[in-house]
Ligand binder design. Structure first.
Ligand code: ATP
Ligand code: MG
Length: 471
């Protein structure tokens, strides 16, 4: 009787309460996870917590990727033990985080993140006799969760997660997988579905929109229509996310090996402009292929490097993503006479674009400095007389700047001769330190300038003023 009364007056639409799946336990012989494919350190953490009398599960991307037969990036553990209790179990453990306290268990270079079960800020079970945990989380003016540090049960922990496929729990107690939200069925269908009401879940944390795109690109999953529709409409909420958090998200979006696909999806949902407004405006000039080609080539190079296990740097990524606004503004500054040289124009434009960009996505100084150097070296690389090439070759940023130059050339800038010259020059230095560098043609100082001038004329008056005011 009480349950019926509660259901009638519950704030949740009745359909949702009825549609909520039951807890499903998938036994060992009905799923594909084997302990052998889990990090031995994560397995150790699970056993030790169990032995100490706590519940402990592998959860999140680790379980999802194992079930898909993919190599997990990392292994996260969820437990009934509080962070302090976790610390008492492991000597090699550090507590971190202000918004939510987490335990990091260190094994050499590997860190296993252990999080205590936590409840969402919404009541999870309106139909339970016990009063639901409510009101302990704080919600800000845009519906964003500011604090959600409320410990909870395993079930509550499942419901507060983002996507159903991220809310599957694996236990070494009987090697089963526990599923509260229908994640197994969605995995089978290859579909991403937000848990709960998507509009509300995106409002609570707009970064979930970026996560939807990231997982869709990485897993090749489709985004279930109810989860997809708000993506077209709620992008603006990203303006309220702290720029430092967006920086971290941008790295995950573009440096995880699926950058091109991620970029296409972000553009499709019109989310890219909330991350890189100036770049997005440059891409909007439809008859210009160069800006888009350049970004796609840069991301595709990055994806190839990730696939080959080569290092990728945030500085190069950001330098590439912001190149078009920098190039356009620098061209204006040089044409208007505000800057006397291309080098100076690139310096001024680089500063202005970084300042403008940092409002949206923070760019830490350790990255903005090399970014500026990569851009400036685009001008320096055109100066090939005397000792200059030798000095440039010794510059810490030479390799990145040279790769950047090749990228510009491959994307349609008239830089064939300059690229070839630097390629030959490096070869001559590597093979025989004494070999004379290839002779630059008489007009070599102009090579890069020519490329730019031609482009500049074509662009005519269509250019925005972009960050010119800040310059
Ligand atoms: P990856 O392979 O990129 O590590 P992941 O799913 O493990 O993917 P993490 O960022 O490591 O992603 O987060 C671990 C888990 O924490 C997620 O699977 C999800 O269950 C939960 N989670 C992370 N971010 C959020 C969020 N913003 N809202 C709700 N749940 C989240
Ligand atoms: Mg993870």
């Amino acid at each position: 009787m009480i349950k019926i009364w509660k259901r009638l007056f519950s704030r949740e639409p009745q359909a949702e309460a009825v549609a909520r799946p039951e807890r499903v336990v998938i036994p060992r012989d009905q799923h594909t996870i084997s302990r052998a494919r889990i990090s031995p350190h994560a397995v150790k953490v699970l056993y030790r917590l169990n032995e100490a009398g706590y519940e402990a599960y592998l959860v999140g991307g680790g379980v999802r990727d194992l079930l898909l037969g993919r190599e997990p990036k990392d292994f996260d553990v969820a437990t009934s033990a509080s962070p302090e209790q976790v610390r008492r179990v492991f000597r090699n453990c550090r507590l971190i985080g202000r918004r939510f306290r987490l335990a990091h268990v260190h094994f050499g270079a590997e860190i296993i993140e252990v999080a205590t079960f936590r409840a969402g800020h919404q009541p999870v079970e309106d139909t339970e006799d016990e009063p639901a945990l409510d009101g302990a989380g704080e919600v800000g003016e845009h519906g964003m969760i500011l604090r959600d540090n409320v410990y909870g049960t395993l079930e509550e922990d499942a419901w507060r997660r983002d996507f159903t496929v991220n809310a599957l729990y694996y236990t070494v107690a009987d090697f089963s997988v526990v599923d509260y939200t229908g994640g197994m069925a969605d995995l089978d269908r290859g579909q991403l579905r937000l848990i709960g009401d998507p509009w509300q879940r995106y409002r609570e944390d707009p970064v979930r929109m970026l996560r939807a795109v990231r997982f869709a690109a990485k897993l090749g999953f489709r985004i279930e229509p109810g989860t997809e529709q708000p993506l077209f409409e709620l992008g603006e909420l990203l303006e309220h996310v702290p720029s430092a958090r967006l920086f971290e998200e941008v790295l995950k979006l573009f440096l995880a090996g699926y950058g091109v696909q991620t970029f296409e999806l972000l553009r499709h949902y019109d989310l890219f402009r909330y991350l890189f407004p100036a770049t997005d405006a440059a891409l909007a000039v439809e008859e210009e292929h160069y800006p888009r080609t350049f970004v796609v080539n840069a991301l595709s190079n990055t994806d190839e490097r990730v696939a080959a296990g080569k290092p990728v740097t945030p500085a190069f990524l950001f330098a590439a993503l912001l190149w078009e606004p920098v190039r356009q503004l620098a061209a204006e500054l040089e044409a208007s006479g505000e800057c006397k040289t291309w080098l100076q124009a690139l310096q001024v434009a680089g500063d202005a674009v970084i300042t403008q960009q940092a409002v949206r996505v923070a760019v830490p100084r350790r990255f903005s400095l090399p970014m500026r150097e990569i851009w400036e070296m685009q001008a320096r690389l055109t100066r090939r007389s005397g000792k200059r090439p030798m000095q440039l070759l010794a510059h810490a940023r030479f390799r990145a700047a040279y790769d950047f130059l090749l990228l510009r050339q491959a994307s349609g800038e008239a830089l064939d001769e300059l690229c070839q010259w630097w390629t030959d020059y490096q070869a001559s230095q590597e093979v025989d330190g004494e070999a004379p560098p290839p002779r630059p043609p008489a007009d070599s100082e102009e090579a890069d300038g020519e490329g730019r001038r031609r482009r500049r004329r074509r662009r005519g008056g269509r250019r925005r003023r972009g960050g010119a005011a800040a310059a």
